[in-house]
Design a protein around this ligand. Structure first.
Ligand code: DP6
Length: 325
């Protein structure tokens, strides 16, 4: 029996991935940029067992899991089995260190950890680029959870996807930023990212968002490398709102915001104008990620709670994904 255990972090995108040019290979319509979130981690063990008769077995956060989640894991393991010439079924045990159902995307950390553990357990010797390409097939944003720190996922040009992977543009120590997450709802989101990516092109605004993405990414990368918080905040908020404009104008439309989401995104620019360096971004859910230099994180959390935010999580830059056993 071949076993390996890996850990990988969730990430928050500053320039968002929304929409694919190839939905099956998860080739994105635009490049994206993110920060891996220390502490928001998935730990996954994969054991290929030739004596296992049935399907792959999956345990998520202590619960035996079948259905769509298992099917997605099996499809991913099939890619690893094909590359390694293996036919053995696997036992996969995975848990998150962040509260499940807090609306923190677990597909990025989950598929990054699954990729690293399964590749090692299958005896594949993959480098970071190979692992990022493979993780991308499981979940697009998982490609960005393979390398360390602040990472950029190149859209790539090849139809095969071999040049669509993420790489580190700055190590975790580059900038002491904290993601102070306003956790607004534990409810499962109505429309998941995979389905949402498939709707992106039904919005008349998606083509404009994608056409302008290189400009936003370049401004964001430059601001990040220069640690220019003022330029960074402007472009991060602009990019998140552009993605939500596409979501809201898709057919059918996707409305992820809740009243408290709007209260936070109206307050944050006011706080910034008052001198508190903080900006917001939002993924496919109601939670608001408030990015701030780490020394200001306690003040951001205090103000979020004063607005009525029920729960707050904080995460600093971290990574890379790695084998731990
Ligand atoms: C809004 O990577 O979760 O968080 O490839 O279908 O798993 P799949 O989608 P996923 O999409 C992430 C969407 C986002 C923006 C981002 O993280 O860039």
């Amino acid at each position: 029996m071949h076993t390996a255990t890996a850990e990988a972090l969730s990430n928050i995108a500053f320039i968002k991935y929304w929409g694919n040019r190839d939905q099956t290979l998860r080739l994105p319509s635009n490049a994206s940029l993110s920060m891996n979130l220390a502490g928001l981690k998935t730990v996954t063990t994969v054991a290929f067992d030739p004596s296992l008769p049935g399907p792959d077995a999956l345990t998520l956060n202590g619960h035996p899991t079948t259905g769509a989640a298992l099917a997605r894991v099996t499809r991913h393991l099939d890619l690893v089995r094909a590359a390694a010439g293996l036919s053995a079924r696997a036992v996969v045990t995975s848990h998150n260190t962040f509260p499940s159902g807090a609306g923190i995307a677990s597909s990025a950390s989950g598929f990054a950890a699954l990729t690293v553990a399964a590749a090692r357990a299958a005896g594949l010797a993959l480098n970071e680029v190979d692992l990022s390409v493979l993780a991308r097939r499981g979940s697009g944003s998982a490609s960005r959870s393979i390398p360390a720190g602040f990472t950029e996922w190149l859209a790539g040009e090849q139809p095969s996807g071999e040049d669509s992977y993420a790489r580190t543009i700055a190590p975790p120590e580059h900038w002491a930023l904290t993601d102070v997450i306003a956790v607004l709802s534990a409810a499962h989101k109505a429309t998941g990212s995979t389905e949402g990516h498939g709707l992106a092109d039904t919005s008349p605004f998606q083509a404009a968002r994608v056409a302008d993405a290189p400009r936003r990414l370049s401004l964001c990368r430059t601001a990040l490398l220069a640690r220019d918080f003022s330029a960074f905040s402007e472009i991060v908020e602009e990019d998140a709102v552009a993605m939500h404009a596409v979501m809201m104008t898709s057919r059918p439309p996707l409305f992820y915001w809740q009243p408290l989401t709007i209260a936070v995104i109206q307050a944050v620019p006011v706080w910034r104008a008052e001198g508190l360096p903080v900006c917001f971004t939002i993924d496919a859910g109601p939670n608001v990620h408030c990015l701030t230099p780490t020394e200001h994180a306690p003040e951001v959390e205090r103000r979020l709670r004063a607005l009525g935010v029920p729960d707050v999580l904080a995460a600093a830059p971290g990574g890379p994904a790695r084998i731990i056993a």
